[in-house]
Design a protein around this ligand. Sequence first.
Ligand SMILES: C[S@@+](CC[C@H](N)C(=O)[O-])C[C@H]1O[C@@H](n2cnc3c(N)ncnc32)[C@H](O)[C@@H]1O
Length: 288
Amino acid sequence: MSSHCDENIYLLGRDEAETERLNKQHRFLVAVSGGELIHPSIPKAKITAVADIGTGTGVWLADLANRLPNASSIYFHGFDVSDAQFPPENTITQATGQKIPLSVQDALKPYAPEHQGRYDLVHIRLLTAGLRQGDYASVLNNARDLLKPEGWIQWEEVDHTTFCTNKIPENPVITKMRNTTIDAMLTLGLWPFAPQRVYDEISAARFQNVRRETYTTVGKEHLHETASKWVANVMRAMVPPSMVVNGQARNDQEAKVKVEVLIREFERHCEDALPLVNFGVTVAQRSG
Ligand SMILES: C[S@@+](CC[C@H](N)C(=O)[O-])C[C@H]1O[C@@H](n2cnc3c(N)ncnc32)[C@H](O)[C@@H]1O
């Protein structure tokens, strides 16, 4: 369900089902982008501190801390505007006993002085359901302040306008669900074309070595089933609140019933169609 408190807006829910979806989604997005959590152009050996903005359940940080060989000597910190999906005590506890703190922090507001200039890597993933067009520059500006000189940012977003499959002509349920989401995002002042926006903002700000990758499922038949399930779950999360925003349903419950019918049709269509996903990753280094 969409929520609106003060100037913050968020199209998705934060319940148990959404928490599970975010954790599963992490594995899919990592698989689409070739299995790496950090882009190869970022030198890992030099990393001593990592921040994750809009961390959600903290799944990316937890996975990273598991994978980096020198993790015990790295400081990790997660930030999110809401602690609703944080693990207990706002802490990720690793199998090694290492603890990672998570803090409530609006990405649109400046960070506390102890975090400024502290991090070699700042990671952001999928903030699009909570950012208006003009918010991207503020998020980036605050994120930049977290970085050491020459520290790296890695910002990853999905383009909601490119949900489709490799079948032509397009199945009308896909057109309907995609347009419903885009219309609601635009009505709420959110911005569905996130990867391009991120790349443009970073390119225009004080960063160097800006690089963009677009990862898709094209040619990755082994991800066919996972991609179908992922898109279905994204639609389950985004389309019902969008229908309420657009006036296509009176409430979340009614919208969910309508969306399940569309999703069943989408799943049938995906038995022999590959969902195409457009996942954009921009990396860049703070200059000065
Ligand atoms: C779709 S989830 C992604 C979570 C995580 N980055 C991941 O990839 O698993 C988006 C997250 O952004 C957070 N968020 C939305 N608006 C925010 C803001 N203004 N500042 C910080 N976090 C925000 C939400 O609370 C949510 O946890």
